[in-house]
Design a protein around this ligand. Structure first.
Ligand code: SAH
Length: 378
């Protein structure tokens, strides 16, 4: 079954806490939660009839009142570099994207948290397509479940290639707080995917109050989409900055791992030619990260990935290398993210799916694209 039945509880989206509550309400022992998590996320089982360590009456009850329902795979494709992309259709017709990036020593799954995005960052194609809604916890963890099934060998879902998850797909995870936290709990749970907290990364454009809430309930790794070293430029690139300016964001980053002195925040910085990539910007970035108490951070430079209608272009390799060197000379650990999956439009900022836009942004973007086509055809 791929379409959720509104009368049934979708067990796929319940973390151990959620399942425990569910089984306790049924008058069952709380350890049923761990057993069912294992069936769903280790074995990939969808039918409660197959959960042989549960009593027969319980299995029947589950069949009647619950379902294990993931989004439907509309497309699965592989880029020549091994990057895989899934386009998943949700029950209401929206479509989202999930990407797997294999490397020598790890395999990273990039997961979406919303159908579209409200933030409208100028250099991101997801932003241009508008926003429909938050994903449910089942739709978020369903992406991991589908990818793990597809990537596993014969021995069930625990035998998969996913070692890391990054919440860097479509959407702003901190604006879908509860569902993202529930899904990340399942990623970390030993009875489910058992990923280490250092290998699950939440990436945010900087929703400051939600960052403070996050540190109370989850200790996953944190990446912040910085992209600019001052408020004037950041207001333009990441409009959310007008609400939560750099001073507040840097304080939240400083506070985030205050009690864990060995952990640092990853600052993502998209490299846009002539916009944010000069030596002056690099020096300003050093000041931002080191002045006062400083922020324990490393920097991840992301070469811009173009998409139709954008006016930005990617910084040259020389500009990126020079920028990196300036930061490194100041003692800031800086790496350049390799661009992967371009052939299947699976690179950072290229994930679009099909979103039934509730804002008017995608219409405006389409008009702009049509105008560009007219000019090009002349
Ligand atoms: N909303 C979250 C999650 C998206 S993560 C956030 O902003 O962090 C995706 C990462 O890719 C972010 O750092 C985003 O800013 C970056 N990105 C977006 N568009 C891009 C593009 N066209 N090229 C390169 N990186 C891009």
């Amino acid at each position: 079954m791929t379409h959720a039945d509104v009368n049934k509880v979708n067990l796929l989206g319940l973390s151990k806490a959620g399942l425990t509550e569910y089984f306790t309400a049924l008058g069952e022992k709380s350890w049923r939660a761990a057993q069912v998590l294992q069936w769903i996320h280790h074995q990939g089982v969808k039918d409660p009839a197959l959960m042989t360590n549960l009593s027969k009456p319980l299995r029947e009850k589950l069949q009647q009142h619950t379902e294990i329902c993931a989004p439907e795979v509309m497309f699965e494709g592989e880029s020549p570099d091994g990057t895989r992309k899934w386009v998943l259709r949700l029950a209401d017709g929206n479509a989202i994207e999930t990407v797997f990036i294999p490397e020598k020593t790890r395999g990273t799954l990039c997961v979406s948290s919303q159908a579209g995005c409200t933030l409208n960052c100028d250099f991101c194609s997801t932003g241009k397509q508008g926003f429909n809604r938050n994903l449910t916890a089942a739709e978020i963890i369903g992406q991991v479940w589908i990818a793990a099934r597809s990537l596993s060998k014969e021995n069930g879902l625990h035998d998969h290639a996913i070692t890391n998850v990054v919440m860097m797909g479509m959407g702003e995870p901190l604006l879908n707080f509860d569902n993202v936290v529930a899904a990340m709990d399942i990623m970390l749970d030993d009875h489910a995917y058992g990923l280490s907290k250092r290998r699950v990364t939440l990436s945010t454009a900087g929703v400051v109050p939600a960052l403070y809430a996050l540190r109370k309930v989850s200790d996953v790794a944190l990446a912040v989409s910085l992209h600019a070293p001052n408020d004037t430029l950041r207001n333009e690139l990441v409009p959310l900055n007008r609400k939560y300016p750099l001073k507040e964001l840097m304080q939240a980053c400083r506070d985030h791992f205050k009690d864990e002195p060995r952990r640092y925040v990853t600052m993502e910085y998209v490299m846009l030619a002539g916009v944010n990539d000069t030596a002056t910007h690099a020096r300003e970035l050093i000041r931002l990260l080191t002045e006062g108490e400083g922020v324990r951070a490393k920097v991840n430079l992301i070469p811009f990935n173009p998409f139709p209608g954008t006016t930005y272009t990617r910084s040259t390799p020389e500009a990126i290398a020079a920028f990196q060197q300036i930061l490194m000379n100041a003692g800031i650990n800086t790496i350049v993210r390799k661009t992967r999956g371009e052939k299947i439009d699976a690179a950072c900022g290229q994930l679009v799916g099909q979103v039934k836009d509730k804002t008017r942004r995608s219409a405006k973007h389409q008009q702009k694209l049509a105008a560009i086509k007219v000019i090009e055809s002349k």
